[in-house]
Design a protein around this ligand. Structure first.
Ligand code: URA
Length: 229
């Protein structure tokens, strides 16, 4: 009898009894549920932006420009706002600045379809003007929610509008670019880097050397964090 007991215990140990006899149901769907939640939250956010009232940007825009890329990505880029082509196609960064952005990403071996891209404002400002401070502030509520939903490991802010929307201050971009910062959004810390906007680089090509430094820095962080892109 005693021998049988010992044998049983040996047997149970050998088959990892804790795993087998755990009464809690195995949550096989946990990961997918998170993804479902994120997709639903993205739909809700888009609806919220669509229903914005008394907005000068929405009044003149043709389309809402929400995002592009992979919502499950661990890398998120924030630009300024849609231009003419983006407004027409309803997709961010598809014009000239977008073409340069694609080249910048290719240069550090990132496939555009593997990252997630959005803008501070989701409607084209008339005549491509810079969004006003009040507009940046208003849309930054949506942007913060957008970032919380995507929950990226690396957040890349391109240009002064993205900087103002999330850092809340008018800092000198030439001084702040290329430094890793931690920003807190809805009680979560995000690793963030500020860099030049591709449209600025088209106007000031002599600044591309600094942009290249930032891109290499981003690639290094991607590798350190073991992010697949
Ligand atoms: N510039 C931006 O900031 N965003 C776009 O989508 C296009 C140009």
């Amino acid at each position: 009898m005693v021998n049988k007991e010992i044998l049983n215990q040996e047997f149970l140990k050998s088959i990892e009894s804790e795993y087998i006899f755990d009464n809690a149901p195995i949550n096989r769907f946990k990961k997918n549920k998170e993804n479902d939640d994120a997709s639903e939250r993205l739909i809700c956010l888009k609806d919220k932006i669509k229903s914005i009232q008394d907005c000068e940007l929405k009044k003149f825009a043709k389309n809402l420009v929400f995002s592009d890329g992979n919502p499950k990505s661990q890398i998120m880029i924030v630009g300024e706002g849609p231009g003419e082509k983006e407004d027409l196609l309803g997709k961010p960064f598809v014009g000239e600045a977008g073409m340069l952005l694609n080249k910048m990403l290719n240069a550090i071996k990132i496939k555009r379809e593997n990252i997630y891209i959005t803008n501070v404002v989701n409607y084209r400002p008339p005549n491509n003007r810079k969004p006003e401070f009040s507009e940046i502030k208003r849309y930054s509520v949506f942007l913060r929610e957008h970032i919380s939903i995507i929950n990226p490991k690396i957040l890349i802010l391109m240009g002064s509008t993205a900087m103002e929307a999330l850092l809340g201050q008018k800092l000198k971009i030439s001084k702040e670019r290329g430094k890793w910062k931690e920003i807190i959004i809805n009680q979560k810390t995000f690793i963030t880097i500020l860099t030049f906007h591709p449209a600025y680089l088209l106007r000031q090509p002599d600044q591309k050397k600094f942009s290249w430094e930032d891109l290499k820095n981003i690639r290094k962080k991607i590798d350190e964090l073991n992010i697949k892109v």
